[in-house]
Design a binder for this molecule. Structure first.
Ligand code: NAD
Length: 499
């Protein structure tokens, strides 16, 4: 076990600047209106830096810079782009601890996750798209004796990207890596709750990126996000956030007839079929771990397995063992490498989760464990902590239907296979799902029947760069990760040539 020192104190691996500007055209640029907002760490509830508060004027400046860089970057070769992406990955690897602690401080998630999952995944993402773009080929086909058809992949030009606060760096990289690999210039707006860690990353890699190719403008949704998403000078908008905001983004995009990728909310089922409990072996143990995964990242994961469905015949025993597993989750100081769940990312988020604890109790769900705000001591007393909570109820309750985005699990039982599928699909969302079964047949059938873009079978919460990720139904449009992501950031030129 070790505990990282709080940023800014003696011996810490990262010190934040007292103030951050926008990053535009390769320079740190003050906001046109001269306004700043505080960035508060959820670890202690204290402000630790201030960040430029962007408006439409800053977005225009960033788009000027991006379009100035576009002719050269759009025409760069896949090899040149791959070299840059690999250098960024190397630089991140050299500074892994610094980036991980910055991310933990900004967002409140445990450093064991940022060190071992979020930042390594982000690094791998750059490497994956560096390889992918070099391997991509155009197509040439002979249509008849005299005519040849060429298909070229071309960048879109300049694209806009807007991200949420739950995985600030990973979400930024999921968007930046494929867009840059495909040859686009980018204007990215981070979430107002967690702007600083991305700016720390930008400081580390700025010498590797040609001026204007990556531009970061911070600010609030309507004030800064809308002028970007609705701008006539972007050729695509990629958005991750709430389903309600996604609807607006789609409306803005429709005005300009540009492609839109939406990665939105979820209410993921995690189904435990009866043969899981055939024996209390390693498989059973892994399933219990999967049951407790709802608390990962303090539940602030769009694919959070927030509805556990357990087959009637094993319900009592499996649930009792699952609760026992939840009771062993180590919650507390995110800078401690033993901590498994840290703080909620903001006061708004804390209030939202607490309100759902109330809603669950009022609608008659039974609290099996947790159910309250977690009170920590010392420096952490002002932080935003919630106890991992398990409710027992029915799928028509609000706590089963609405995205809470906290460490809150709602559990129900099912009788037959058909019941399981029907409850699993009875939500607006379709982002992630878990299926736990020893029978390959049951697992396969359930995996295919669930209306969800990602199904984990006998595992949960892995996010490899080469696996397509995205939602069915109200969880979104388009995919992230995987080779197919390049298609989202390119357009196809078809050229018919007669010889
Ligand atoms: P949010 O929609 O409130 O905000 C997301 C981003 O949109 C922020 O940068 C915000 O400033 C900006 N924004 C808000 N209003 C805007 C507007 N009118 N125009 C343009 N931009 C605007 O979401 P959030 O609370 O930051 O994030 C949590 C949500 O994100 C959850 O619903 C979660 O499920 C979802 N999420 C989805 C995925 C996925 O891949 N599907 C991944 C992570 C998070």
């Amino acid at each position: 076990m070790s505990v990282y020192t709080q940023p800014g104190k003696d011996g810490s691996v990262v010190t934040f600047k007292p103030r951050y500007e926008h990053f535009i055209g390769g320079q740190w640029v003050a906001p046109v209106k001269g306004q700043y907002f505080e960035d508060v760490t959820p670890v202690t509830g204290q402000a630790f830096t201030e960040v430029g508060r962007g408006t439409a004027e800053d977005i225009e400046a960033a788009l000027d810079a991006a379009w100035a860089a576009a002719p050269s970057w759009n025409a760069s070769t896949p090899t040149q782009r791959a070299i840059m992406l690999n250098k960024i990955a190397d630089r991140m690897e050299e500074n892994l601890e610094l980036i991980a602690v910055a991310e933990t401080w900004d967002n409140g998630k445990p450093v064991r996750e940022t060190l071992n999952a979020d930042i390594p995944l982000a690094i791998d993402h750059f490497r994956y798209f560096a390889g992918a773009i070099r391997a991509q080929e155009g197509h040439l086909s002979q249509l008849d004796e005299d005519t040849v058809a060429y298909h070229f992949h071309e960048p879109l030009g300049v694209v806009g990207q807007i991200i949420p606060w739950n995985f600030p760096i990973l979400m930024a990289v999921w968007k930046l890596a494929p867009a840059l690999a495909a040859g686009n210039c980018v204007v990215l707006k981070p979430a107002e709750q967690t702007p600083a860690s991305i700016l720390v990353l930008m400081e580390l890699i700025q010498d590797l990126v040609p001026d204007g190719v990556v531009n970061i403008v911070n600010g609030f949704g309507v004030e800064c996000g809308k002028p970007l998403a609705s701008n006539k000078r972007i050729r695509k908008i990629a958005f991750t956030g709430e389903t309600t905001t996604g609807r607006l983004i789609m409306q803005y995009a429709s005005e300009n007839i540009i492609p839109v990728t939406l990665e939105l909310g979820g209410k993921s089922p995690n189904i435990f079929f009866e043969d899981v409990a055939q024996q209390k072996d390693g498989f059973y143990d892994k399933a219990l771990e999967g049951f407790a995964f709802f608390a990962l990242n303090s539940g602030e994961v769009c694919t959070c397995p927030s509805r556990a469905l357990i087959q009637e015949s094993i319900y009592d025993q499996f649930l009792a063992d699952g609760i026992d597993r939840v009771s062993k989750i180590v919650a507390g100081n995110p800078l401690d490498t033993d901590t498994m769940i840290g703080a909620q990312a903001s006061t708004d988020q804390l209030e939202k989760v607490l309100s759902y604890l109330d809603i669950g109790k009022k609608e008659g769900a039974k609290v099996l464990i947790g159910g309250e705000r977690a009170e920590l001591e010392g420096d952490l007393a002002g932080g935003y902590y919630v106890q991992p909570t398990v409710f027992e109820g029915t799928n028509n309750m609000r706590i089963f239907q609405e995205e809470i985005f906290g460490p809150v699990l709602s559990v129900a039982k099912f009788g037959s296979y058909d019941d399981a599928i029907s409850i699993a699909n009875d939500t607006l969302y379709g982002l992630g799902a878990g299926v736990w079964a020893r029978s390959g047949n049951t697992a396969y059938r359930a995996g295919r029947a669930i209306q969800s873009g990602r199904v984990w079978v006998n595992q949960y919460h892995s996010y490899p760069a080469h696996s397509a990720f995205g939602g069915y139904k109200s969880s979104g449009i388009g995919r992230e990760n995987h080779l197919m992501m390049l298609d989202h950031y390119q357009q196809t030129k078809n050229m018919l040539v007669s010889y």
